[in-house]
Design a binder for this molecule. Structure first.
Ligand code: EPZ
Length: 427
């Protein structure tokens, strides 16, 4: 099992290019199940989660070929409807195959994905939506068995206690595009990743109105054809770099991003004393303002609010702002696995309810820390880069799920970071 050995205290500077969005690529890979024709996806990030989804697609019968470093061709001529536990359990996003299987085959048998370290990850809204489209479902040995005599358009409401559901929306959309009749989805997720999926589906011949809004009207079609589609940049990776520069006292030019997806992030960083210079629609420069970082309050919300996937990274940034900052988590109330590890590095952060109270200003000290989930892990890497002394970030397989070539990108920015086998350090 690998770990990162990091010597902190060096400013990160230079230029970094953002990879394609993991959370856009995963539902789009699943959507290739909807047609027997080849689909070509460009700007596919080289991540272990992508490899996991490819394994599931191949198990279902897809032919998958890398045409170039980040270009994938997927063809699903004949597919089966069983997504097995040993593949699905690795990644929650495997649930994204549910909608396309129902859309193409009118049936699906998908292992329940299981929870994750930051709490419950229910799929009640996914199932409620599929029932509205004429599906029936039952549990069988840890599998969800869904089938529809007739997949018909219907009225679907996807609002839950924490707002809409991203993968729930992708599942209902990918089923509805092949249903008979018209489907109206209210409280659909508006995340850019859902919008990008809709654009891909339209390129495949789907009829979707209201793309980008929370109300979608979908007129089902009997079949869809192949397409070529370029995946949007990863806004969470972009936001991570925009925080890494001011945290370490460097200047980073982030290119290949999509600035319009970063409104809430730029707002909070601006208020936190980060100097942000937008050079064009894909390029932005970030550094600490001359007055230094300032305390803020931030709350995570569904898009276009501040993304929960950047909450841990923002917590780390605010350990460098003198005074009290408050970050409130409205999507996953227990998403604070990074906090005890940050405390080991000397951060003064405590949890009150679903808020992290950060008393910033004290320098962090390097330490051995443990990754727990993808975004918590990268917040620990950021902390280690800012800390005085050396750190060992363990279980970095979490990071390989969502950050392509992280150590190489950081080395190019001047970071002293090495990927080591944990056995080397007898840890
Ligand atoms: C997607 O997860 C992302 N994953 C997550 O990113 C992201 O944190 C999350 O959306 C929120 O933005 C992918 O896109 C692959 P949800 P998803 O369904 O779809 C509740 C990362 O690090 N809910 O939008 O699983 C749920 O408990 C990952 O890249 C229900 O109550 O999230 C949560 O509180 C982590 N019932 C809220 O809604 C349901 O049926 C949002 O969940 C579904 C969800």
């Amino acid at each position: 099992m690998d770990l990162f050995h990091i010597q902190g205290g060096r400013p990160l500077s230079g230029t970094v290019t953002v990879s394609g969005s993991k959370n856009a690529a995963l539902p789009m890979l699943a959507a290739t199940l909807l047609t027997a024709e080849p689909c070509i996806l460009e700007n596919v990030p080289r991540l272990s989660d992508i490899s996991s989804m490819i394994e599931i697609l191949e198990f279902l019968g897809a032919e998958v070929t890398w045409l170039a470093e980040e270009t994938l061709e997927v063809q699903c001529k004949q597919i089966s409807s069983l997504a097995p536990y040993e593949l699905v359990r690795r990644m929650r996003a495997s649930i994204c195959v549910l909608g396309p299987l129902v859309g193409r085959l009118r049936q699906a048998k998908v292992s329940l994905p299981g929870g994750c370290v930051f709490g419950q990850r229910p799929i009640d809204l996914h199932l409620k939506g599929l029932v509205k489209l004429g599906c029936q479902w039952h549990m069988e040995g840890g599998y969800m068995v869904v089938d529809a005599e007739k997949l018909r358009g219907g009225a679907v409401f996807l609002g839950g206690p924490q707002g809409s559901t991203v993968t729930g929306s992708t599942n209902i959309i990918t089923a509805a595009v092949m249903a008979e009749g018209v489907t109206r989805i209210e409280c659909a997720a508006c995340e850019p990743e859902v919008v990008d999926l809709c654009h891909m589906l339209v390129a495949m011949g789907a009829h979707i109105d209201g793309i980008g809004s929370s109300i979608l009207t979908i007129r089902g079609v009997p079949s869809l054809h192949g397409c070529r589609h370029r995946i949007i940049p990863d806004r969470i990776e972009a936001g991570t770099w925009l925080m890494a520069a001011p945290l370490t006292g460097g200047t980073l030019t982030v290119q290949g991003a999509c600035i319009e997806h970063l409104g809430a992030v730029l707002d909070r960083l601006d208020e936190a004393g980060v100097t942000l210079e937008v050079l064009d629609a894909q390029t932005i420069r970030s550094k600490r303002s001359p007055q230094g970082l300032k305390t803020i309050q931030a709350t995570t919300f569904p898009y276009p609010g501040f993304p929960t996937d950047l909450q841990a990274q923002l917590t780390t940034l605010l350990t460098a702002a003198q005074g009290i900052s408050i970050i409130t988590e409205r999507i996953y109330h227990q998403r604070f696995m990074h906090v005890p590890e940050l405390q080991r590095m000397g951060a003064d952060v405590r949890i009150e309810g679903s808020s992290a109270i950060v008393h910033g200003g004290r320098p962090l000290c390097g330490a051995p820390v443990m990754s727990s989930d993808l975004r918590a892990s990268v917040s620990l890497v950021l902390a280690a880069l800012a800390a005085q002394g050396e750190s060992f970030v363990q279980r970095i397989y979490h990071l390989d799920r969502g950050y392509a070539f992280l150590d190489l990108k950081l080395q190019a920015m001047g970071a002293q970071i090495q990927r080591l086998d944990a056995s080397v350090l007898k840890m």
